[in-house]
Structure formats: structure tokens, C-alpha cells
Design a protein. Structure first.
Length: 228
């Protein structure tokens, strides 16, 4: 029988009580946890080896959690990141999500909810797919290498643009509202004024241009749809 590989999680948290609480709860649910208490150490760990998921505090000794996330994304590291922090204002949430966080939880928190959110992120990030290559018209997205091509030409996308493209491709032919995109791509399930959707859709359209017809269409008053 092939042994089951346990997911590996990096926890960057400087409060010992929170660290012990989270580590025990995750390990009881089959997740191996490596803990560091300093932002500089957290950044080195995040950049130097692969992880299945990373949990970051926002306020840390050394580098803060947002700086760690920005370094990761600048190195094209797409590992799912969940912020676990006392910074609960909407501007703090938006800053984290805009810079590439996949989820955001505020302390104090329920351990059961944290475990559930981690498990959801692990499922979404799993490389096990029914197909490893998604295709819409002449656009291809390889889910294992994250390589994107249009008509055989490489298209270079930022991590959040990749997430947006994958969501469009998984829902090709379906009209997707702005609210759906905010919730499912940016995990913003709270009221917020932002043009982040419009900006990213515009950039994605430009990068997918390649001289071909537009594949992401605006449906006036409803949202967007991807299709030939």
C-alpha cells in the first residue's frame, strides 16, 4: 500500500500560546506543522522550500507578514497563504488579499473554523485534477506547471491573474458577477469598494490578446463570461 503523504504547513506566529494551539489542532487533523516565530526566519523558510500552505501573522518580529507574502509573490511562489491576525479592519483585509493572500482570519478564532479553511485551501491547491490541462478556444492552462499559452505562444501572468484565468476557464460559458469574482477569487465576502476586479480583468484581456479575438466578454449589468 502506498503511504499517504501528510500536507506540510508553515506557521509563522510569534505568540507561543497561539502556536501550540494551532499546531496541535492541525496535527490532529493530519497536517504536519513547522513553526517559526520571526518574520525573517519565516521569509527564509517560505522562499527556500516547498510548502502545501502557509499561515502568517501580520505583526511579527523582523519582517511583517505582509512583507513575507509580497516577497513570495514576487518570486512567483503561489503557495496558498492564510493570514491569522488581530488586524481586523477592512483596509488590513483588503491589503492582504490584494497582495495575494488566499484567506484572512481574525483573532480570536475558532480552531474548527481554521482547520476547515486550511482543508479547503489544500483541496483547491491539490495538483490532483481530472485533467492537467484546461483549454478554452486556443488558450491552454497547465494546472501542474501553471504555464499559459494562447495559440501556442507563452503568456506570462502574475499569481492573481492565474487564479482569475483558472476561475474563468473552469466556468467558461457562465456569466460571472463581480460579487462572485470578489468572493471566489479574492475571498472578499464582505462589502468593499474596490476596482480590483475591473483592473485584473483588463490586464488579463491585454495579456491574452496575442492578436486574437477577445475571449473575456463583458455582459452589461451582469458581469463577465469567457468563451469564443
Amino acid at each position: 500500500m502506498t503511504p499517504v503523504t501528510r500536507p506540510r504547513l508553515l506557521l509563522v506566529e510569534d505568540d507561543p500560546a497561539t502556536t501550540d494551539y494551532v499546531r496541535q489542532g492541525l496535527r490532529e487533523n493530519g497536517i504536519d506543522v513547522v513553526c517559526v516565530a520571526d518574520g525573517n526566519d519565516g521569509s527564509r523558510q517560505a522562499l527556500s522550500q516547498p510548502w502545501d500552505i502557509i499561515i502568517l501573522d501580520r505583526m511579527l518580529p523582523g519582517l511583517d507578514g505582509l512583507a513575507i507574502l509580497m516577497r513570495m509573490r514576487s518570486h512567483a511562489i503561489t503557495t496558498p497563504v492564510l493570514f491569522l491576525t488581530t488586524m481586523d479592519g477592512v483596509p488590513s483585509r483588503v491589503a492582504g488579499l490584494r497582495h495575494g493572500a488566499d484567506d484572512y482570519m481574525v483573532k480570536p478564532f475558532a480552531l474548527r473554523e481554521l482547520v476547515a479553511r486550511v482543508q479547503v485551501l489544500l483541496r483547491h491547491a491539490s495538483p490532483v485534477r481530472h485533467a492537467t490541462v484546461m483549454t478554452v478556444a486556443d488558450v491552454e492552462l497547465n494546472l501542474l506547471t501553471l504555464a499559459v499559452t494562447r495559440n501556442g505562444e507563452k503568456v506570462f501572468l502574475q499569481p492573481q491573474e492565474l487564479k482569475l484565468l483558472e476561475y474563468f476557464m473552469r466556468n467558461a460559458g457562465t456569466v460571472l458577477s463581480r460579487q462572485m469574482l470578489l468572493k471566489d477569487v479574492w475571498h472578499m465576502d464582505f462589502p468593499v469598494r474596490t476596482n480590483i476586479v475591473e483592473t485584473h480583468v483588463c490586464r488579463l484581456r491585454e495579456k491574452l490578446g496575442q492578436g486574437g479575438q477577445s475571449l473575456i466578454h463583458t455582459v452589461r449589468g451582469s458581469g463577465y463570461v469567457m468563451g469564443a
